[in-house]
Design a protein around this ligand. Structure first.
Ligand code: NAD
Length: 363
C-alpha cells in the first residue's frame, strides 16, 4: 500500500488489547496501511508493560495521549462504561474510533456517538468479528443468489460458562459498568451476526433470569424475535452452561445453514443441508462464496483500514451496531415489563432508552 499509514493508538490495555495490538502490527507488516504508535491505560503498571511489549509510547489517560500524539485512529478496549466518553474525546480530537463490543451501555449513549460522528465527520466502527469470516459471507451470498429461498427461522444460541470468580473483575455483571449480562456481553456476538443476515427486527418477547451467579444483571436470557422479512428467531444467552457453544442456524425455504463454534469459526465449522430437489442449486451457490477467512478481529481490522483509506465509513457502521444494541434493549424491555415489545417503542421516551434495565429488573 503506498498510502500514508493510519497512525493508530489503543486505549485500555487489558485482556482484549493484546489481540488488537498483534493484529494491527500484522497488518502493518502486510500492507503498511496502519502504524500502531501509542497506548493508554489508567493503570500505570499495565500500560507500561503493554507499551514495552509492543514498542509503543504509553500514556495514563486518553486525554494525555490525544494531547501528545497526532493519531488518525483509536481502538477503544476499555470496559463498556468508559466507551462513550473516550469515543467522544477521540472524535472531537479528529480521530476515527474502533470500539469494542458492546459499543455503549445504552441507546441514549449510542445516539450521542452518532451525533458526534455526524458533527465531526469522523467514523465509529464497532467490533463484531464474526461478521467477517468467509462462512458468513458465503451464507449472505447464498441468500442473495435466491437459491436458498426466503429466510423462515433462525436459532441463535450463546451458551457459555463463566464461574463466579469471573465476576471478581469489578466492572463485570453490573448494569452501570457492563450494561447487562450475557445478552449485552456475550450473546451480542451471535445476535449481531444473526442480524447481519436477517436485517431489521420488529418485535421481541423475552425472559431474563438470575439462575446461578451472584450478579446484578441476568445470567440467562431467552427471546423470540420477529423480523421485517417475516422470519422468526429464538435467541438464548447464558453464562451458566458447562458445555459451551456458539450456535447459529438459519432455515431458509430450500436450505438449512448452521455454524457451531465457541469464540471464532473457520470454514469447517459450517454445514449446509439442501431441501430435497434443491441440492445442486444450493451447493453451487454456496461453493461460489469466499473461503479461508476465520472470524477474527484481524479480518475486520483489514476492512476498516481499507475503508478509511478510501474515505468511506468502515464496518461495522453505527447504523448496523445500533440495531444490535436496540435488540438487547428490546430483550430487557420485554423481560422486565413481561410483554412483547416492538422495536418502534424503544425511542427516547422509553425507560429502556436511558438504561438497558429501564425502571429496574423484575426477576
Ligand atoms: N470482541 C471480543 O471478542 C471481546 C473479547 C473480550 C472482551 N471484549 C470487550 O473488550 C472490552 C475490554 O475487555 P477486557 O476483557 O480487555 O477488559 P480488561 O478489564 O481486561 O481491560 C480493560 C482495561 O481498560 C483500562 N481502563 C479502564 N478504564 C479506563 C479509562 N477510562 N481509560 C483508559 N483505560 C481504562 C483498565 O485499567 C484495564 O487495563 C470490553 O468492552 C469487552 O466487552 C471483546
Amino acid at each position: 500500500m503506498s498510502v500514508k499509514p493510519l497512525r493508530t493508538a489503543i486505549v485500555g490495555t487489558g485482556n482484549i488489547a493484546g489481540i488488537h495490538a498483534s493484529s494491527l502490527q500484522q497488518i502493518a507488516r502486510e500492507t503498511g496501511g496502519v502504524e500502531l504508535v501509542a497506548a493508554a491505560d489508567t493503570d500505570p503498571a499495565r500500560v507500561a508493560e503493554f507499551a514495552a511489549a509492543h514498542s509503543l509510547t504509553g500514556y495514563e489517560s486518553v486525554h494525555a495521549l490525544l494531547a501528545a500524539e497526532q493519531v488518525d485512529l483509536v481502538h477503544v478496549c476499555t470496559p463498556p462504561g468508559s466507551h462513550t466518553p473516550i469515543t467522544l474525546a477521540v472524535l472531537e480530537a479528529g480521530g476515527h474510533v474502533v470500539l469494542e463490543k458492546p459499543a455503549t451501555l445504552t441507546l441514549a449513549e449510542f445516539d450521542r456517538l452518532v451525533a458526534a460522528e455526524q458533527a465531526t465527520g469522523r467514523h465509529v466502527a464497532t467490533i463484531s468479528q464474526h461478521r467477517f469470516g468467509s462462512g458468513i459471507r458465503r451464507l449472505r451470498g447464498l441468500l442473495e443468489s435466491g437459491a436458498a429461498g426466503r429466510p423462515l427461522l433462525a436459532l441463535c444460541d450463546t451458551v457459555w460458562y463463566r464461574d463466579q470468580a469471573y465476576y471478581d473483575v469489578v466492572w463485570r455483571g453490573r448494569w452501570d459498568t457492563e450494561g447487562g449480562g450475557p445478552t449485552m456481553g456475550h450473546g451480542i456476538h451471535q445476535i449481531d451476526t444473526m442480524l447481519c443476515v436477517l436485517g431489521a427486527w420488529t418485535s421481541v418477547s423475552a425472559v431474563a433470569r438470575q439462575q446461578a451467579r451472584a450478579v446484578d444483571t441476568e445470567d440467562v436470557s431467552l427471546a423470540h424475535v420477529t423480523f421485517e422479512n417475516g422470519a422468526v428467531a429464538s435467541v438464548v444467552n447464558s453464562v451458566v452452561s458447562p458445555r459451551e457453544e456458539s450456535y447459529l442456524r438459519f432455515d431458509f425455504e430450500f436450505a438449512t445453514v448452521e455454524v457451531r463454534h465457541l469464540y471464532g469459526y473457520g470454514d469447517d465449522d459450517w454445514t449446509v443441508t439442501a431441501a430435497p430437489g434443491h441440492e445442486e442449486r444450493v451447493m453451487a451457490a454456496w461453493d461460489r462464496g469466499p473461503t479461508r477467512v476465520r472470524s477474527e478481529h484481524i479480518a475486520q481490522f483489514r476492512e476498516i483500514a481499507t475503508a478509511l483509506h478510501e474515505g468511506v465509513a468502515p464496518p461495522v457502521t453505527t447504523t448496523d451496531a445500533r440495531r444490535t444494541l436496540q435488540l438487547a434493549a428490546g430483550i430487557y424491555a420485554s423481560a422486565f415489563t413481561r410483554r412483547p415489545v416492538e422495536a418502534a417503542e424503544l425511542g427516547a421516551d422509553s425507560p429502556h432508552y436511558e438504561l438497558m434495565q429501564g425502571n429496574g429488573p423484575v426477576w
